[in-house]
Design a protein around this ligand. Sequence first.
Ligand code: PMP
Length: 451
Amino acid sequence: MTNIDPAVGKAVLAADRKHVFHSWSAQGLINPLPVAGAEGCYFWDYEGNRYLDFTSQLVNTNLGHQHPKVVAAIKEQAERLCTIAPSFANDQRSELARMIAEVAPGDLDMVFFTNSGTEAVENAIRMARLHTGRHKVLAAYRSYHGSTHGSIALTGEPRRWGSEPAIPGVVRFHGPYPYRSAFHAADEREECARALAHLEEVITYEGPQTVAAIILETVVGTNGVLVPPDGYLSGVREICDRHGIVFIADEVMVGFGRIGEWFAVDAWGVVPDLITFAKGVNGGYVPLGGVVISRRIADTFRERPYPGGHTYSGHPLACASGVATLRVYHEEGIIERVRRLGEEVAGPLLRELAERHPSVGEVRGRGLMWAIELVRNRDTREMLVPYNASGPAAEPMNRVAAACKKRGLWPFTHFNRVHVVPPLVITAEQLKEGIAILDEALAVADEYVTG
Ligand code: PMP
């Protein structure tokens, strides 16, 4: 650990609180941890407290912190060429696009680069609207798609509320969620069939000829790690084909290995028309995102200009970090190791927690993306804290998080859930160590269990 000096930490925090306006926060109510440094799966503060990161920051530091090969690539590129406008061709940008096309499914082989997942989503809906000449976009409840007006309008959770009205033309539907079924389904198969019938019905009432796109997170991320039942994604594909609707898979969180596949759609053998990505493509070292585009949609813009772009689209530093990251994925067999860690370590150990703790309602996930859903009562499934709880109502979850932090684990908590989303380079030992801490911390949640 380097840079440890409590006085520096205090000064960093004081300046932060005076001048830094934080996202999604009441500025007067936050107390961010000043981070002095980070390495691999750990980061530490100026007091010398070190944390095992079970969040991958915002589920993006897939290779952990300071991976030497990625750092070297950024340094080398900075010395060669820091920036060049998107209208020129650039070696790093070309190579990264080629590498992404190589691992993308089906005929998705062109890449539009952005600086974030949000911008990727904005561009994907623009492409779908122009390709189809239609304007409506169907998006799911319990989803997050980004924070600018188009992408926040698609977002199906409370973060949207403060931005409404955002853009017109967004229609919402319920996706599958067997544990809290909107369709009162008895099991996964029924949930899948009813969710597809519901989607079809929404399209019928909206008028298929008005629907440009259906966007969904292949595995819903922040809103619950909702792994789709087998048959759901292929059903959506079939509905899209039948009605001439563009299928957008938002893989900003799950793309590039999170569930042990290059793209999560690969787990179900489904090929969407557009895939949005960001986070894992370069592990967050330099802002980068984009859209992988099918031939058919790319051809729409062969003779006709695509009306969108960003000054930093395909930025050489970002692309160089992406090329280095994807090389590490290949060299270190990241995809296979995530699959193995999920099947052999994370899955079995987290399911054991469900047996030991009466507060655990359900454990679900795949690869290195898991959710532990906490309840007060397993029979009624009453959530440990209410949906969107804040202040005193959120205290049980805050206490669980504090119990983790006290033991050196930085947890990802959201509403009534703890997500386990560590860097993909985590070792089996570190994973076990973190889950053992969760085991201790869940005793706090058990205190609230009734009945
Ligand atoms: N889509 C999904 C599925 C996401 O998880 C996120 C970010 N959490 C976004 C879009 C937005 O990406 P960004 O924060 O990079 O703008």
